[in-house]
Design a protein around this ligand. Structure first.
Ligand SMILES: Nc1ncnc2c1ncn2[C@@H]1O[C@H](COP(=O)(O)OP(=O)(O)OP(=O)(O)O)[C@@H](O)[C@H]1O
Ligand SMILES: [Mg+2]
Length: 167
C-alpha cells in the first residue's frame, strides 16, 4: 500500500477503519501511539506479538492511516481512541515503512529523486526526509556500517515520526 499497491479497502483510511474491528489490544496500541505523539507518554517502541495471521500487519496499517493527516472524525472508532488517550486532536507524524523482505544490501534501490539506497537505515533516512536526510548517513549506507549518532540526530530533526517495521 505504501508501495502504491494493495486493494482499495486497505489503501483508503476511511474504508480501512470501517472494516477494522477495534479489539482491546488494537485500541490499546492506538491509544498509546496517540499519547506518545501528543503528551510524550506511551511506549516509544512497541513490539507486536501475535500468531501468524493475528493482525500485526493490520495494526501497523491502522497506525499508518491514523497519522495520515486525515480528519479523525472521518475514521470509525477513532473518537473512542482519542478520548481514551485524552487527546483532542490527532497529530500528524512522518511515517516510515520498512518491510524487511524488500531491503537488502546486495540490492540497492533507486528512488524517484535518484538517491540510491542500500541499507535499512538509509531507507529510513530517505523516507523521513528525502535526499538531505539521506545525505547525513550516505557514507554509512554506502559501506553498510552503523550510522551511530546520526540516527538520533535525524529523529530529533525530522520527528515526530511513526516507524513501522514488518517482516
Ligand atoms: N482488528 C481487525 N479488524 C479487521 N480485520 C482484521 C483485524 N486484524 C486483522 N484483520 C485481518 O485479518 C487478516 C490477518 O491479519 P494480518 O495480516 O494483519 O496478520 P499478521 O499478524 O500480519 O499475519 P502474518 O504473521 O501472516 O504476517 C488480514 O486480512 C487482516 O486485514
Ligand atoms: Mg503480517
Amino acid at each position: 500500500m505504501h508501495l502504491g499497491e494493495g486493494t482499495d479497502e486497505y489503501r483508503d483510511p476511511v474504508e480501512f477503519f470501517r472494516r477494522t474491528y477495534l479489539t482491546e489490544s488494537l485500541k490499546g496500541m492506538l491509544v498509546a501511539a496517540v499519547q506518545r505523539l501528543t503528551t510524550g507518554g506511551g511506549d516509544p517502541v512497541v513490539q507486536l506479538q501475535t500468531n501468524f495471521g493475528g493482525g500485526k500487519t493490520h495494526s501497523m496499517l491502522a497506525l499508518y492511516h491514523l497519522f495520515s493527516g486525515i480528519a479523525p472524525t472521518e475514521l470509525a472508532g477513532i473518537d473512542e481512541v482519542m478520548s481514551a488517550a485524552g487527546a483532542s486532536r490527532i497529530p500528524t507524524a512522518r511515517r516510515v515503512v520498512l518491510v524487511g523482505n524488500k531491503i537488502s544490501p546486495g540490492n540497492p534501490s533507486t528512488k524517484p529523486d535518484g538517491t540510491v539506497v542500500r541499507t535499512l537505515w538509509g531507507e529510513l533516512a530517505w523516507q523521513l526526509g528525502g535526499k538531505p536526510a539521506f545525505a547525513r548517513l550516505a557514507a554509512d549506507d554506502e559501506k553498510a556500517t552503523s550510522p551511530g549518532d546520526a540516527l538520533r540526530e535525524l529523529f530529533n530533526d525530522y520527528g515526530p515520526c511513526v516507524i513501522l517495521v514488518d517482516e
